[in-house]
Ligand binder design. Structure first.
Ligand SMILES: *[C@@H]1O[C@H](CO)[C@@H](O)[C@H](O)[C@H]1NC(C)=O
Length: 153
């Protein structure tokens, strides 16, 4: 009888320790890991079966933030996200990893051949089909820019 009671106490002690350790392991990423949306320059192609028109995506890119065509060298938007659509394609830039506004040079946004990510690298990886990629930097007060291609709605 006494033994059974003690065994039950030990069991419940063990169970609470188990719960505490599971909870602390589960909570750890929130406390100790920096918020990082994903690796830079790694494309996530979300719908390869949907083929968009590449020219539409290029035009949409240059329509971001009221337009960054021609001699305009920066995409500056006082908002965490901006998008533009042309024909089949919508392009969206979003400040992530602590960013609240967008301030990125056109060269970095396009990112051609850069290991820092960019629209051109996303197109190369996914083709003109839906997907996203994180570009290093370009957000204020700190953070990165996620560039995404999606089908126009
Ligand atoms: C940016 O937007 C915020 C809130 O919408 C506004 O208070 C602020 O004045 C804006 N800043 C600039 C530089 O336009």
């Amino acid at each position: 009888m006494l033994f059974a009671l003690q065994a039950r106490r030990v069991t419940s002690l063990f169970l609470s320790l188990l719960v505490v350790s599971i909870v602390s392991v589960a909570a750890r990423p929130l406390w100790f890991e920096p918020r990082q949306s994903s690796e830079l320059n790694v494309a996530t192609c979300t719908d390869p079966a949907t083929q968009l028109v590449e020219h539409d995506c290029n035009v949409a890119l240059l329509g971001l933030g009221g337009g960054i065509a021609g001699t305009i060298e920066f995409l500056r938007v006082n908002s965490s996200t901006t998008s533009a659509t042309s024909g089949t394609c919508t392009v969206t830039a979003t400040a992530v990893d602590g960013g609240t506004t967008i301030d990125i040079s056109k060269g970095r946004l396009e990112g051609h051949g850069s290991s820092n990510g960019g629209f051109d690298n996303l197109l190369t990886a996914c083709g003109p089909s839906p997907g996203s990629m994180v570009i290093g930097g370009g957000a204020l007060p700190t953070g990165n820019i996620q560039i995404a291609i999606s089908a126009a709605k």
